[in-house]
Design a protein around this ligand. Sequence first.
Ligand SMILES: Nc1ncnc2c1ncn2[C@@H]1O[C@H](COP(=O)(O)OP(=O)(O)OP(=O)(O)O)[C@@H](O)[C@H]1O
Ligand SMILES: [Mg+2]
Length: 247
Amino acid sequence: MERVKTGISGLDELIEGGFPAGRSILISGACGTGKTIMSMQYIYKGALEHNEPGVYVTLDERPHLIREDVLRFGWDLKSLEEKNMLNIIDGSIAKLGMPSEEEFSLPVTGYDVDKLLLEIMRVIKRIEAKRVVIDSIPALGFNFENPAEVRKAILKLSYMLMRSGVTSVLVSEIQEGVNKFGKYGVEEYVVDGVIVLHYMGVGTQSNRTMHIRKMRATKHSEDLHPLEIKSKEGAIVHKIEEEYDEL
Ligand SMILES: Nc1ncnc2c1ncn2[C@@H]1O[C@H](COP(=O)(O)OP(=O)(O)OP(=O)(O)O)[C@@H](O)[C@H]1O
Ligand SMILES: [Mg+2]
């Protein structure tokens, strides 16, 4: 099976060389666990180091803030955007009926999942994207009152991504300590892989960890791995032994 390099240092070797090509992977975790950083790293490194154009769909954070934040890691999104190796689709404020200053965004005439899917397809074709991120799934379903509708939207999205041949990362939010991997109880089943991020935000020790909950067609690590977020580098996954070496 073909593998797609994740661009996240230390992760590929835990999953037989990378994400299974053409599949969808869910990155799940509570707030501040590093979901946005890891998923942007996947798109950024894919474009920069593997020459694979990527589309980042942001439904939570404003694009200009993401660009600014990741500059701390030395990631210059603008220059890749200018070369059409990376496009950001802004769905962050269309939901509020406000216009976006972005080149790719949703019309302000009411937020509509079908319109969003069409825009994603259009941009994928435009730059011949190989990688896509949807950040985040809960934001996608924000205006549905009925969970069945959200599930339908998620299924549609995952079908569309599969059909377009991209290898995608979906971001979802879960509460720490709750034995659930997606918010709507459907994301974790429609995807081919689930990576869970944890953060025990107390104390001075390294308290970020991650584990691979599933990765279809892959013999993957079953350990809880220390995760580090570092200026100039981004997210780094460690082996447990490395952590022991330091003690
Ligand atoms: N330059 C940096 N150096 C070290 N840690 C950083 C740096 N920048 C961000 N972080 C850490 O990463 C966290 C933010 O990560 P990120 O935005 O990816 O989380 P998230 O899981 O997407 O959160 P949310 O659910 O709020 O969207 C910050 O709270 C901080 O702890
Ligand atoms: Mg985020």
